[in-house]
Design a protein around this ligand. Sequence first.
Ligand SMILES: Cc1cc2nc3c(=O)[nH]c(=O)nc-3n(C[C@H](O)[C@H](O)[C@H](O)COP(=O)(O)O)c2cc1C
Length: 149
Amino acid sequence: MSNIVIFVGTESGNAQMVAEALNDELGRLDHDVNIVEEFDDGLDVLDGVETLIVSCSTHGLGELPDNIIPLYEAMNEDKPDLAHLKYGIIALGDQTYSDTFCKAGKDMDALFTECGAKRVGDRLEVDACTQPLPDEEAIDWVKEWLTLL
Ligand SMILES: Cc1cc2nc3c(=O)[nH]c(=O)nc-3n(C[C@H](O)[C@H](O)[C@H](O)COP(=O)(O)O)c2cc1C
């Protein structure tokens, strides 16, 4: 059993829906889950977090959702030491945006790695074009992810 935090970056709710589906699945497996979707320009939100999933969509042309920009900017500026942290990443996007497909999730992934965090498993990239039910794909992914922790 783990304490798992899920950070959500969303504009229109899909990444939140994924987080809630993961919450249900992880709770069913007796893990404690805390979903965070509001960020300020501090890094307190990372205090005590050892196991993390980031569920983040892409908007604009490869941009982060507004709600998670403060976290990205604070991490990018301070480069906190996250060597103790294991994380997984779910990037939501749309392949129609071929040049910027899942770019925000990829950027978050790169920043966590740059801060020394250890990614567990492959990044899940969910294409809204071909996958109308991102929560189902995410649940399959998290079952595998848990075995790698
Ligand atoms: C205005 C707009 C811009 C988007 N830009 C991108 C993009 O640059 N790259 C990408 O992969 N997906 C892009 N998408 C697709 C979203 O990432 C995708 O629909 C995702 O599921 C939305 O998740 P959310 O509801 O959590 O924000 C865009 C969607 C919209 C509506």
